[in-house]
Design a protein around this ligand. Structure first.
Ligand code: PEP
Length: 259
């Protein structure tokens, strides 16, 4: 349940999905977000592949849906073949970038130090960093979930984080794309630990920072999995590829705000 005084964020991560024709989805989102008034209660963000950011920014047009990226290189420019600088993302209209997604950590060996450097790069370019943390199945079964997440936060979130430049996403690795979700008690425990950790380190900025839950959030389970305290919205993978599923999740979050 979104913390009182914190404007929730419902963010979609399209991963490596989407072609120019996928702007249909952005158009549908734009229309429905306007019609259904969800943007009065929360922020919505779509992170398509880098190839579509510019087009997506044009497609949302005057609807205040934010467009973001899924990763970035820490540097502003240079000899880094295949990488994209935060300044390039900002230049085409991105306002957020996801850092430390577990698929980047697993597929590209990105460490907490890499995620930290990317987040600093994001801030330099004027982007808000969505820093992802989350335990594996083995770590949870070993009773280490809280320690792992708090450790990742310490390493991945740079000094100087504020409620404006940083969002934290708790995404248990074993819940991403699997249809599995933690219990609401487990989500509540981890989100309370994250709040404590960022409040201890960043004071009032940590108290006001948005903490998202991610991992198999769907319209049918959103009201339940997002109900614990300190859950200020969602980071959504698969369900963000469908305008109606993504809107269903946004509507559920609005319902939690209105309750
Ligand atoms: C994600 O990729 O960040 C994610 C949460 O995926 P899904 O919603 O498909 O589990």
């Amino acid at each position: 349940m979104p913390t009182s005084g914190i404007r929730p964020l419902v963010a979609g991560n399209w991963k490596m999905n989407g072609l120019r024709r996928s702007m249909d989805t952005i158009e549908a989102l734009s229309t429905r977000a306007n019609e259904e008034g969800v943007l009065e209660a929360l922020d919505m963000l779509v992170c398509p592949p880098a190839t579509l950011i510019s087009l997506a920014v044009k497609t949302v047009d005057t609807t205040p849906i934010h467009i973001g990226a899924q990763s970035c290189h820490p540097a502003e420019s240079g000899a880094h073949t295949g990488d994209v600088a935060p300044e390039m993302l900002r230049d085409v209209g991105a306002s957020y970038v996801i850092t430390g997604h577990s698929e980047r950590r697993a597929d590209h060996g990105e460490t907490d130090a890499d995620v930290n450097a990317q987040s600093v790069g994001a801030w330099r370019a004027g982007l808000c960093a969505i820093v992802c943390v989350g335990e594996t199945r083995e770590e949870r079964e070993a009773g280490r979930a809280v320690d792992v997440v708090v450790g990742q936060l310490a390493g991945s979130v740079p000094d100087g984080a504020t409620a404006e430049n940083t969002v934290i996403a708790y995404e248990p690795v074993w819940a991403i794309g699997t249809g599995l979700t933690p219990t609401v008690e487990d989500i509540a425990q981890i989100h309370a630990a994250i709040r404590q950790s960022v409040a201890d380190r960043f004071g009032a900025e940590g108290e006001a920072m948005r903490l998202l839950y991610g991992g198999s959030v769907k319209p049918g389970n959103a009201a339940e999995v997002l109900s614990p305290a300190h859950v200020d919205g969602a980071l959504v993978g698969g369900a963000s590829l469908s305008a109606s599923d993504f809107m269903g999740i946004a509507t559920a979050v609005k319902g939690l705000v209105d309750a």
